[in-house]
Structures are given as C-alpha cells and as structure tokens.
Design a protein around this ligand. Structure first.
Ligand SMILES: C[S@@+](CC[C@H](N)C(=O)[O-])C[C@H]1O[C@@H](n2cnc3c(N)ncnc32)[C@H](O)[C@@H]1O
Length: 298
C-alpha cells in the first residue's frame, strides 16, 4: 500500500498491486475477525433490496452476504482489487465492478437502497466529504452500513492508563497512527454523520476478542458466536476495536431511481452505454470498460 496524491488534493491509501488478501486475511487467526464481522453485518444489512453498493469492496470478501439484492455494485479505488473481486464474483450477472473513488462517486443521486463500507473509513482523511457522497447516492429510506475503527477501545484505554501509549483514547479528534490510517472516537464519528444528514438506527460493538492468545487457543467459531451475543448490548457504549452502525438519511432525500446509474465526473450528466464503456451525451467524454470493469480512476 502506498500513499499518493491524485489530481484531487485528498490523499488516498492505494492498494494497487497489494497482496491484501493473502497478507492480511491469509494470516493466522484472522478467521475470528472475518466471522465476527459477517455476523454483525448480517444483523444490520436489510435482507433484500434492489441495488446495493459496497465501497472499498477489496476482493469481494463480504459479497456472499448480498444474496437478497437484485443488483450489487462493488467499487474500489484499486484496479487490482476490483479485478480480484471480478474473478470471484464475475460469474454472477447481478454484479457490476467499478474502479472509483469514495470522494467522487460516479453515480447519480438516489441510485442505491443500501450502501456498505467495511474497513475503509480508516483510510479516509476527509470523512465529511465521503459521507456527503454516500448520502447523495442513497435513496430515501435507504441504509448505510458502516464499520469504523474505534480509538476508545479497551486495549487502548489500558495502554494509556499504563503509559504505554501517548494518544488519549477518549480525546475526540481522530488518531492517525500511520499515514492515512485513522482510529476514530464514536462520538466524533457521530458528529460527522449527523452533520452529513444521516442518523443512526442501530450500533454494534464488534471484535471483542482481538487478542492473539485467545484466538490461538479457542476456536474461531466459538469466539465469533460469543462476540455476536455481546454485539448489541455492547453497542450502547462500544469499547471494542471495531464498531458497526446502520445509518439512514434525514431531511429531503431522493426517491430510488434505477436508471441511468452512472454520472459523468466532469459535468454530472447521466452516462449512456457505448461500445467500449460509457459516454456522456452532454460533454462527450468517454469512460472505459475493460474486462467487465467500469473505470473512473482517470
Ligand atoms: C482494508 S481494505 C478493505 C477491503 C474490504 N472492505 C474488506 O473488508 O475486505 C480497504 C480498501 O479500501 C479501498 N480504498 C481506500 N481508499 C479508497 C477510496 N478513496 N475510494 C475507494 N476505495 C478506497 C482500498 O483500495 C482497499 O481495497
């Protein structure tokens, strides 16, 4: 992973060419986190819908949970990640694969009844801008299921008390522990989504047992099951390293509309299908589609 500055001023944590799947999920004892996240996501995700968008979908790890949706759009900034997602899910005609940026989503307003973002916001330096984009593409009554890394977690609280970490885990500002890697205070996060016109209707505390010794000595299935029991009660005041919320748009919202789906990033018009991708009828700009992937990276 490298940090880069694109034509936009915001830095992006680019996974292009990374071995994320093997190096992160292939490691010992990660099965527990995967299982605990799936159990939490299944509780928050509306079971059925017309169209779901996953932002920062990576290699499509969670996409089997979207079986109740008529169409599923997997978007990631990294072309290699989306290529891996396509290898995994390309056999299913419900799936669309898009290379794009959360700061400039290539979709018209109100096109999704569910948006999911898991393990991505910790790479987002401008949370307000990302939430603004997500609120825009979400239809009325839509749901945004978000996972974020919680700086106010039990391990950080103990480490701080024992003077083994300098960052105060109860201070509101985000903690950038490595370049473009942030942990967030739940209260700060709440301020951001409320300012963006989103309200919370459920919150879960996830990944209680992210401790190597426990993961080594106890079966992942048992740990994840206990995690699942604790997720809802712990959601009232999360001290776990991961928090999942379901947010809904407030105020005036766009009713769901299926087509056209894509927008021109230059002039905002709806895009039309063309031989080798999409074309803007207003400004004439073309957006390519290679190997079944719509590419808006530019
Ligand atoms: C830690 S991975 C998580 C992948 C997947 N959500 C999962 O849980 O398995 C973070 C992903 O976010 C993507 N990402 C980072 N910044 C992004 C941005 N600005 N727009 C879209 N995707 C982004 C990365 O390319 C990477 O695939």
């Amino acid at each position: 992973m490298t940090s880069e500055n694109t034509s936009q001023p915001r830095p992006i944590c680019d996974y292009e060419g990374s071995q994320y799947r093997e190096e992160f999920w292939g490691r010992e004892y990660r099965e527990y986190e995967d299982r605990a996240e799936r159990l939490a996501l299944a509780k928050l995700l509306p079971a059925r819908g017309r169209r779901l968008l996953e932002i920062g979908a990576g290699f499509g790890r969670l996409a089997d949970l979207y079986a109740g949706y008529e169409q599923v759009v997997l978007l990631d900034y990294s072309r290699t990640m989306i290529q891996q997602a396509r290898e995994r899910w390309g056999h299913d005609p419900r799936f669309l694969f898009v290379v794009g940026n959360v700061y400039d989503l290539p979709f018209l307003a109100g096109r999704f009844d569910t948006v999911v973002m898991v393990r991505v916001i910790h790479h987002v330096a401008d949370v307000a801008a990302a939430f603004g984009q997500i609120r825009r593409v979400l239809a009325s009554e839509g749901a945004f299921v978000l996972e974020f890394a919680n700086k106010r977690n039990l391990k950080a609280i103990l480490r701080y008390a024992l003077r083994r970490q300098a960052e105060n885990p109860v201070a509101l500002p985000p903690y950038e522990f490595a370049p473009i890697n942030f942990n967030y205070h739940p209260q700060w996060m709440r301020q951001q989504w409320e300012a963006a016109g989103l309200r919370r209707d459920a919150q879960l505390a996830v990944s209680y047992f992210r401790v190597r010794w426990l993961k080594k000595h106890l079966p992942a299935t048992a740990l994840a099951r206990i995690d699942s029991w604790l997720q809802r009660p712990g959601g009232a005041y999360p001290i776990t390293p991961s928090v999942m919320v379901r947010l809904r748009p407030t105020g005036v919202t766009q009713p769901f509309r299926a087509e056209p789906l894509f927008r021109c990033l230059d002039c905002d018009s709806g895009l039309e299908p063309a031989v080798d991708g999409l074309r803007c009828p207003t400004c004439g700009r073309s957006w390519p589609q290679h190997d079944g992937v719509f590419d808006f990276k530019g």
